[in-house]
Design a binder for this molecule. Sequence first.
Ligand code: CA
Length: 225
Amino acid sequence: MRVLLVEDEQPLARAVQRGLEAEGLLTDIEHDGRAGVNAGLTRMYDAIVLDIMLPGLNGYDVCKQLRAANVWTPVLMLSAKDGDYDQVDAFDLGADDYLVKPFSFPVLVARLRSLIRRGGIERPPVLVAGDLHLDPATRAVGRGTEVLDLTPREYGLLHYLMRNKGMVVSKLDILQNVWDSHHEGAENVVEVYVGYLRRKVDVPFGRHAIQTVRGAGYRVAGDGG
Ligand code: CA
């Protein structure tokens, strides 16, 4: 069993490496994102442990680049919850599990073993609504041949709507699933982001994929609007 650990905090990386090797998991360490991508592309691992805040390239981008290159080694992300990025983003990006720092070492080992048992994941299918398409593996979003440049939050919102294509989702559903928030009264943030998304996904194309269902919520039209 061989694990790649991408972690820039060197004492932590060495402590985790010692612990994993004591568990029989041979562990290579890389200290920055680009080196992590290179290692993930050139060597075979049973699992990758990926810190999010890394020099060079953050953990999200490392995961995205590996998935884009068709590397489906299970990834466990280490997140220091900082508000902007959270577990939803980690899963959207193709991570298979995550742990919030500071984590307990036995929990890390148990999660890693379970990921290794499950083996490489399947490439998630591209979501399509008419000519609107979103690839969860690479986070690429487009309308026909046009590439759309979305922020992480806009991407999370569109991903959630497209996973529920044709169905109405309430603002509260969206808040809970995209913002991981149960904060009542925050629904206006959803309206604001739906507005941002429409300006990228619909308005330039004269389309109406993201529909408002009065009193109920939002729906992505199955035909792309
Ligand atoms: Ca870090």
